[in-house]
Design a protein. Structure first.
Length: 538
């Protein structure tokens, strides 16, 4: 398809050039004709002078007149010299006009030759286009899925992003059949090799691959024990912190694939051990969500980078993450111009399927330059039916540190309403600040609201009430975003929370159906990206 488009663009460009060359050729031809005409006219002048010179020589006085320099001879000589000088001048002019005429003739000839070449190129390209378009039409009839044609690229951004190129229903069905057959073959192999597989798993579970099997020769078999587990359990989940201990006996390139999730929150250095042990890696994450947590002060990490000659802008967290390094290493990427500068994103996935409005538009506006495409299907929401559409619950109160008791009371009132209506507590309570998290958990426990509503109130509060950093990667039917920092002098805390899109982006996109913001609207709506929150919420 790219070849067809390029050929068509070339033909269009040549056609425009040919049209532009028409007046140029006409002008060159006119110049050449004028030059030839001037040459011919000058040639006639020179020929007339030459005839006059010959006639003058015939009229030259005789020998004695020339010998004695008579008056008749002197008069003739003066006339003849003038005639010779005029002839020399006109011959020089004739030579110049001859060169000028030849130059203009060659210019016209060259331009005509280029025009003929362009016309020949158009003819060849047009024939090639006909053949390629015919081949594309044959392919389109043979494979009726989303065909990557010129018309495909002319579609709107949303339509292109939702397309699955080349995939039609029949091909998808065949692919599924191949997968099912592969799983059946896999199962048959496991059944046939049950005894050695059980033996290997017993050996692995005895030390979970972390202890020596007795000697180096047996330890060399530990990767094979892991391979046996992967034969039964295709994906094993762990943390980067556990890799060095869990896979201590595993050498470089031992595993086939490493799948890194939430890579935008991972320290670049933390991923090294896992990456070394795998042949290929798929790194999935979003640098515009929560950044890596760094416990060391910036001055220390920057000094370490300087000591070892490392560019901190590329490798130093929190500005850098496993995701940003993967993006810079990938061959295919998209470039986005944002208010925070240019971002290069490896294989950007822009189709969004989690959040309904207004969460989708809030996130799209503050973090993705409105390039995301909505693909979530409308679903009912019991919480939204009880509390109404997403909105900002404006609370003006006094602060205890960053905690506002009035905000906590307002949130508890909403939750009591949900419990009274029999709603399942499928929601998160998130906040930018740890102190608000702790006080909100305490308020929930002491209120007794969770008793009888959830199985384990203490554990539920720990799992479902937290800072935004603790809920990345999770989702729920609704999110209650309790802001805190209610005092006017706490503008620094609000500025920190709204200074970058990451925190609000994560908080809003945890909610699938509804988002309820609890806090002082007049103070928070001026805190950076929270202006967009004010714009989209009633």
């Amino acid at each position: 398809m790219r070849s067809v488009r390029q050929k068509q663009e070339t033909v269009d460009g040549l056609t425009i050039e040919i049209q532009a060359m028409g007046p140029v050729l006409a002008q060159l031809l006119e110049c050449a004709r004028n030059a030839v005409s001037a040459f011919e006219s000058q040639k006639q002048t020179v020929e007339a002078l030459e005839r006059n010179q010959v006639a003058s020589l015939k009229a030259r006085p005789g020998f004695l007149s020339r010998l004695f320099g008579t008056r008749a001879y002197r008069s003739w000589r003066e006339t003849y010299d003038i005639l010779s000088k005029n002839l020399a001048v006109e011959k020089t002019t004739l030579s110049r006009l001859s060169r000028d005429a030849e130059t203009k003739r060659l210019e016209h000839a060259r331009a005509t030759g280029e025009l003929q070449k362009m016309r020949a190129s158009i003819t060849g390209l047009t024939e090639a286009l006909k053949r390629e378009r015919s081949a594309c039409e044959d392919l389109a009839r043979q494979y009726p899925g989303t065909f990557i044609s010129e018309e495909f690229f002319d579609q709107r951004h949303q339509a292109k992003q939702k397309s699955a190129p080349w995939l039609d229903t029949a091909t998808a069905r065949l692919r599924n059949d191949v997968f099912e057959a592969a799983m059946a073959l896999h199962k048959a192999f496991v059944d046939a090799a049950a005894k050695p597989i059980r033996h290997n798993l017993n050996a692995l579970m005895d030390g979970f691959g972390t202890r020596s099997l007795g000697n180096s020769e047996k330890d060399a078999l530990i990767p094979d024990l892991w391979s046996t587990l992967f034969l039964l359990v295709p994906v094993v989940s762990t943390t980067f912190a556990s890799v060095s201990r869990m896979f201590g006996k595993i050498g470089p390139g031992a595993f086939g694939w490493l799948l890194v999730d939430e890579a935008g929150q991972a320290l670049p250095q933390a991923a090294v051990g896992a990456l070394m042990r795998t042949q290929r890696a798929m790194v999935v994450g979003d640098p515009i969500q929560i950044e890596p947590v760094v416990v060391l002060p910036d001055q220390l990490t920057e000094a370490m980078c300087e000591q070892f000659g490392i560019d901190p802008l590329i490798y130093n967290a929190p500005g850098a993450s496993a995701q940003t390094l993967a993006d810079s290493a990938t061959e295919y990427y998209g470039t986005f111009e944002t208010k925070y500068g240019t971002r290069e994103v490896g294989v950007p996935l822009l189709v969004h399927r989690r959040c309904t409005e207004p969460m989708f538009s809030i996130s799209n506006s503050i973090a993705y330059e409105n390039l995301m495409v909505q693909a979530k299907l409308a679903k009912p929401s019991a919480i939204r039916d009880v509390l109404g559409p997403s909105r900002w619950i404006d609370v003006e109160g006094r602060g205890q540190e960053k905690w506002c008791p009035q905000e906590g009371d307002a949130l508890l009132a909403q939750l009591r309403n949900l419990r009274a209506k029999g709603c399942v507590p499928d929601f998160y309570v998130v906040t930018p600040f740890v102190v608000v998290q702790d006080r909100m958990r305490e308020a929930l426990r002491t209120s007794g609201l969770l008793d009888g509503w959830v199985e384990n109130p203490y554990q539920w509060a720990r799992d479902r009430v937290g800072t935004v950093h603790t809920v990345q990667g999770r989702e729920a039917e609704a999110v209650f975003f309790i802001l805190g920092a209610p005092d006017i002098q706490q503008r620094g805390a609000r500025g920190w929370a709204g200074g970058r899109p990451n925190l609000l982006n994560v908080a809003a996109t945890r909610a699938k159906e509804a988002l309820y913001v609890v806090g002082n609207r007049s103070l928070w709506k001026t805190a950076g990206v929270f202006q967009s929150l004010d714009d989209f919420l009633a």
